[in-house]
Design a protein around this ligand. Structure first.
Ligand code: NAD
Length: 487
């Protein structure tokens, strides 16, 4: 299986190679087979990307917003038309089952392009009446924005960052994760085909050092990272050192609170979605599942029964529901946490092992894993695992569960399942998390802002909130009378 792009980088509307950059091998996580060989960016490549963005951005910013939107809209149509081939590419790059990539990856990027294509024409400043004189504000682009991606949703992340950036009149230089470099290149080709002027969406490959070089480049005005908290802190420090704008979409250890009056099947469905989708490699996953004591045993029994039926296998088979993890390091990390959970005294209610899969000997699979009897102080309940590992905890009452749910340095997401709606709103109102669901979990339509509180992040993606984070306000005071001066 090969998925070799024409070259490693995409700059100024064309593919560019520089063999002097470090080798970057791309493997299919289901088999371990190499599917592409690329190079990380050299300083020369970075300068090319910055120079072309600098050259292209001012004219782009001067276009009427609806004209920029029209190009994004065309790109969104192309993404949808090519959804199948892009989904296959994403499956090869990430190992996620095609059943998921067909609906959650290029399709989600297309949603973002479509949304911002339409929204930008209506995104304006304010008129401020000063009783004679007046003021108005302009929303102006920042200039050159850098996007740095994680490996779990590569094209979605590239779309979520580039669509609002471009709609607002910025240029974007995007660095995909070194684990999943392919689909951002496909997106760049699509932008060019849709009529985006050269230089406005450049893709450069590389490891963390390339991200760091971009985040501290004097020509860059903003950096938006999707990644771990540790990376976010480093990039925020770099951006802060240069007074750059920054958006941080980071990790979490989010709670799902299930009250005893909840619809049992829906609550289980939400908890499974929030732990096993994308083999658990989702930042907003609700990996601490708090179940009210009266319901606990029934919940666990039925949860295990349903989770047993999850079909692991060939990611390209449309029937497969769960694929492998992205790479060996992540595989080892997750297995390590399963051992930690056992040694901490949690009860392994399901899974915990590497399944043997015919034809996929090198595959990085892990069974859907459920721990019960988990307590708040266990590492599996405190640290982000980023794999298919659910921790079930039990609780007695509302105040207690709110306090325990908030007892974490993270604050990305939270969910509540109950039929008592006043309680649902009351509880959600007290949980410190940026993205919350009531009687649902992990749905992220582009119309709603997405992002974290506390160490899970700064800024928001999607919705009009994202346009705010890719622009700056200019205030203009206008005098309609004479200048009153004491001189
Ligand atoms: P990571 O932090 O290892 O890497 C993310 C990106 O940052 C990669 O492109 C990497 O090359 C780059 N990077 C690493 N060090 C850097 C540095 N010093 N300077 C600049 N760039 C650097 O994360 P990952 O392993 O790719 O992804 C998993 C993490 O991402 C998890 O913690 C997950 O929760 C988080 N995540 C968050 C969201 C969100 O929207 N909040 C979405 C997906 C993933």
């Amino acid at each position: 299986m090969r998925a070799q792009p024409k070259a490693s980088h995409y700059i100024n509307g064309r593919y560019v190679e520089d063999q002097g950059g470090p080798a970057l091998s791309v493997t299919y996580p289901a088999t371990g087979e190499q599917i592409a060989a690329l190079h990380g960016a050299t300083p020369n490549i970075l300068e090319l990307a910055v120079a072309s963005a600098r050259e292209a951005q001012p004219a782009w910013a001067r276009l009427k917003p609806v004209e920029r939107g029209r190009i994004l809209r065309r790109a969104s149509d192309i993404l949808r038309a090519r959804n199948e081939e892009l989904s296959r590419l994403e499956t090869l790059d990430t190992g996620k089952p095609i059943q998921e990539t067909l609906v959650a990856d290029a399709a989600s990027a297309a949603d973002a392009l479509e949304f911002f294509a339409g929204a930008i024409g209506a995104y304006n400043g304010e008129y401020i009446d000063l009783g004679g004189p007046f003021a108005y504000t302009r929303r102006e682009p920042l200039g050159i924005c850098v996007g740095i991606g994680a490996w779990n949703y590569p094209i979605q992340i590239a779309g979520w960052k580039s669509a609002p950036a471009l709609a607002m009149g910025n240029a974007m230089i995007f660095k995909p994760s070194e684990n999943t470099p392919l689909s951002a290149l496909a997106l760049a080709e699509i932008y060019t085909e849709a009529g985006l002027p050269d230089g406005l969406f450049n893709v450069v490959q590389g490891f963390g050092d390339v991200g760091a070089a971009l985040a501290s480049h004097e020509a860059v005005d903003k950096v938006s990272v999707t990644g771990s908290v540790a990376t976010g802190k480093k990039v925020l420090a770099l951006a802060g050192g240069h007074m750059k704008h920054a958006t941080m979409e980071l990790g979490g250890k989010s709670p799902i609170v299930i009250f005893d009056d909840a619809d049992l099947e829906n609550a289980i469905g939400g908890a499974m979605l929030g732990n096993f989708y994308s083999s658990g490699q989702v930042c907003s996953n609700g990996t601490r599942v708090f179940v009210q004591k009266v319901l606990h045993d029934r919940f666990v029994e039925r949860l295990v029964e349903r989770a047993k039926t999850i079909r692991l296998g060939d990611p390209l088979d449309p029937e497969t529901q769960m694929g492998p993890l992205v790479n060996k390091a992540q595989h080892e990390k997750v297995l390590g946490y399963i051992e930690i959970g056992k040694s901490e005294g949690a009860t392994l209610a399901l899974g915990g092992s590497v399944p043997s899969m015919q034809g996929f000997d090198g595959g990085l699979f892990i069974e859907p894993t459920i721990f019960t009897g988990v307590t708040d102080t266990m590492r599996i309940a405190r640290e982000e695992i980023f794999g298919p590992v659910m921790s079930v905890l039990s609780f007695d009452d509302e105040d207690e569960v709110i306090e325990r749910a908030n007892d974490t340095p993270f604050g990305l997401a939270a969910g509540v399942f109950t039929k008592d709606l006043p309680r649902a709103h009351r509880v959600i109102g007290q949980i410190k998390a940026g993205t919350c669901w009531i009687n649902a979990y992990n749905l992220t339509p582009v119309e709603m802002p997405f992002g974290g509180m506390k160490q899970s992040g700064i800024g928001r993606e999607n919705a009009l909130a994202a346009l705010c984070h890719y622009s700056q306000v200019k205030t203009v005071y206008v005098e309609t009378g004479n200048v009153e001066s004491p001189y």
